[in-house]
Ligand binder design. Structure first.
Ligand code: GDP
Length: 287
């Protein structure tokens, strides 16, 4: 496949890694956000190394657009001693009320130690990390919406860090750590399908064609239903042509308007008009 390479300046990666590592020292826990539709592709390749054994919550965000059963399997496969996983929707706030209890659980030893030392209302501090478009800003905004107050600069203590105080009493570092994605073909395709990287890796028509091809594995019925297809072909291009005809994406002379049909298919997928769709599954499942 002729795919343009996505660029992430190596110097930028070094700087980001350094910044996040420095910020880690200021927080009790990390809130890593991923896209529930592409849980593997929306992971930064170095995140485990960067976070180490720091307590971590992984938010499988946009769970409203992924298949519930698949998201649940991801949750199971990702959880371990230091990591707990929540299925959330940062736009509506669904699932976010579990964050405080989950942080309490992850930090129970620390909280108990503090209690012994007489600190009863310990304020948990966390930082948000994730690759672009997973919903970091939406999440921070949503949490801050109920904020009692935004804590200002505390020179000398936090070195100009701004903290957002949530109603639950958590303090979030107000600027998320923006990480880079993996630069692999499969990952790039998934990111492009979901719109995380704009249609920059290949032309829109090819991207839509690849999406039809992908969806025909597990979600053939959705395509048939959505576009009222009378027959489903082995050939994605033939399906694309049929979708175009069904939707009147035709130029004068009866030719297919590929740009129009491509944009339409991508838009409909990205706005979940094809229903809840998961593009990736965990490798092992103990279901
Ligand atoms: P960031 O780049 O990680 O800060 O991501 P944004 O917060 O800007 O979100 C990227 C896009 O995803 C925006 O269009 C949001 O409206 C959308 N978005 C974020 N969270 C959710 C969610 O839980 N569900 C849905 N359906 N869309 C979401």
């Amino acid at each position: 496949m002729d795919m343009k390479k996505i660029n992430w300046f190596p110097g930028h990666m070094v700087k980001t890694r350094r910044e996040i590592t420095a910020n880690l020292k200021l927080v009790d826990a990390v809130i890593e956000i991923r896209d529930a539709r592409i849980v593997a592709s929306s992971q930064n390749p170095e995140i485990d190394k960067i976070v180490g054994d720091k307590p971590r919550i992984i938010l499988l965000n946009k769970a409203d657009m992924a298949e519930d059963q698949v998201t649940r399997r991801w949750k199971k496969s990702l959880e371990n001693e230091n990591t707990l996983v929540l299925e959330v929707n940062a736009l509506t706030g669904k699932g976010l009320n579990a964050i405080k209890p989950t942080l309490n659980e992850l930090l129970k030893d620390k909280i108990a130690r503090n209690k012994e030392r007489g600190i009863v209302n310990y304020t948990i501090r966390a930082m948000v990390v994730g690759i672009p478009n997973v919903g970091k800003s939406s999440f921070i905004n949503r949490m801050a919406k109920n904020a009692i107050a935004k804590v200002g600069n505390r020179p000398g203590v936090t070195k100009n860090k701004q903290w957002i105080k949530t109603k639950e009493g958590i303090e979030l570092l107000d600027t998320p750590g923006i990480l880079w994605p993996k630069f692999e073909e499969e990952t790039s395709l998934n990111l492009a399908f979901t719109g995380a990287i704009k249609d920059e890796i290949m032309d829109t028509e090819t991207l839509a064609l690849r999406l039809i091809e992908r969806l025909s594995h597990h979600y053939k019925e959705r395509l048939i239903e959505r576009y009222a297809l009378e027959e489903f072909s082995e050939d994605p291009l033939e399906n694309m042509d049929n979708i175009a005809r069904k939707r009147g994406c035709i130029i004068k002379g009866g030719e297919i308007d590929y740009m129009r049909v491509a944009v339409m298919i991508l838009d409909e997928f990205r706005s979940a008009k094809l229903g809840k769709i998961s593009l990736e599954w965990p490798e092992v499942s103990d279901d």
